[in-house]
Design a protein around this ligand. Structure first.
Ligand SMILES: Cc1cc2nc3c(=O)[nH]c(=O)nc-3n(C[C@H](O)[C@H](O)[C@H](O)COP(=O)(O)OP(=O)(O)OC[C@H]3O[C@@H](n4cnc5c(N)ncnc54)[C@H](O)[C@@H]3O)c2cc1C
Length: 291
């Protein structure tokens, strides 16, 4: 199907960037689970395709010292099944496991999930909550952004067309780190989120030392809920202001009405996810420094 189109499949990132340097109209193809669906009925509009699936540099998961790097071509299944990630950032694995069905999880990639910039992208909330930076490479060099500043609208990011996402990186959470990812869809499998929520709490001496909340499908971009975070920051774990935080989170979201749910329903669901999620993290023992 792609043979009739301008199709290139370089073996190295350097070669891929040379191609994009000469012609930035090339469409980047990774797993194809979003791109090919989008262009299935509009083949003539697809144009040149740059298949990056052979770029070994982008397939790595590296956990070294205090840093974790996930290459852009890491699939959802690889994230979900990685034992180190399951230990250190279980909520990221839970989000990866919630994506589509096995076929989509084995084919779809982290980079594609970020570049596609759906407000419902399941990997975005836990990665935002863990403070990830997204790494880009282009013909003019490398750039990076905090992930919570990368998305600019549905389907839109700060990435230039001639830039390739190479991966994301973040610090290994240490100390009493508690986390969860919750998602409500219309059915159990193959469900795009009606609302999702990632909660990351760093606790110390029975108090919330740092909190990050990020929600999917409730705003034009994956939401970082800073105002709700302020309500939980510094609070005692045995006396968290659950109701106040849930009310604030419902206000902070700006969902739309669509076929998956109304604005009001999505906001309600989100408040409930926070109540449920905070109860869950309170019952966790936390990932320890050595865990
Ligand atoms: C049936 C079905 C169910 C799905 N369910 C879910 C779900 O539950 N949750 C969810 O989050 N998503 C879901 N998706 C969406 C999709 O599978 C994911 O977003 C996937 O991670 C996309 O990755 P990909 O490699 O297939 O991207 P592709 O389709 O190859 O590319 C998607 C976009 O990203 C760009 N791109 C890809 N990689 C890079 C890169 N490294 N650098 C720069 N640009 C790049 C492409 O140019 C394109 O614009 C579903 C899709 C389908 C078809």
């Amino acid at each position: 199907m792609l043979i009739d189109l301008g199709y290139r499949a370089p073996d190295s990132l350097e070669e891929a960037l040379e191609i994009l340097g000469e012609d930035s109209s090339f469409l980047i193809l990774a797993g194809g689970t979003d791109l090919l669906v989008k262009y299935f009925d509009a083949r003539e509009k697809m144009g040149n395709v740059l298949d990056i699936s052979r770029l070994e540099e982008l397939k790595k998961i590296v956990i070294e010292g205090e840093k974790i790097f996930l290459g852009a071509l890491t699939t959802h299944e690889e994230i979900y099944r990685n034992p180190d990630l399951q230990k250190k950032v279980p909520f990221l694995c839970r989000a990866a496991k919630s994506v589509g069905a096995p076929q989509i999880r084995n084919q779809g990639t982290l980079g594609g999930n970020m570049a596609n910039a759906s407000p419902a992208a399941d990997l975005a909330p836990p990665l935002i909550a863990v403070g990830a930076r997204i790494l880009l490479a282009g013909p003019d060099g490398e750039r990076s952004f905090n992930l919570d500043e990368f998305f600019t609208g549905p389907g839109k990011t700060r990435k230039n067309p001639n830039e390739i996402i190479t991966g994301v990186e973040f610090n290994v959470p240490v100390g009493d780190f508690r986390n969860t990812f919750l998602k409500v869809g219309q059915r159990r499998a193959l469900a795009i989120a009606v609302a999702s929520l990632a909660i990351a709490l760093s606790c110390r001496q029975g108090k919330v030392e740092e909190v990050r909340l990020s929600a999917g499908s409730v705003a034009p971009i994956p939401l970082r809920a800073r105002e709700t975070e302020k309500i939980l920051q510094g609070q005692k774990l045995d006396n968290l202001p659950l109701e106040k935080a849930a009310d604030q989170l419902e206000k902070e979201a700006s969902p739309i009405d669509d076929i998956r749910g109304t604005r009001v329903y999505r906001a309600r669901v989100l408040g409930n996810l926070l109540r449920k999620g905070l109860q869950e993290v309170l019952s966790q023992e936390g990932v320890s420094e050595n865990g």
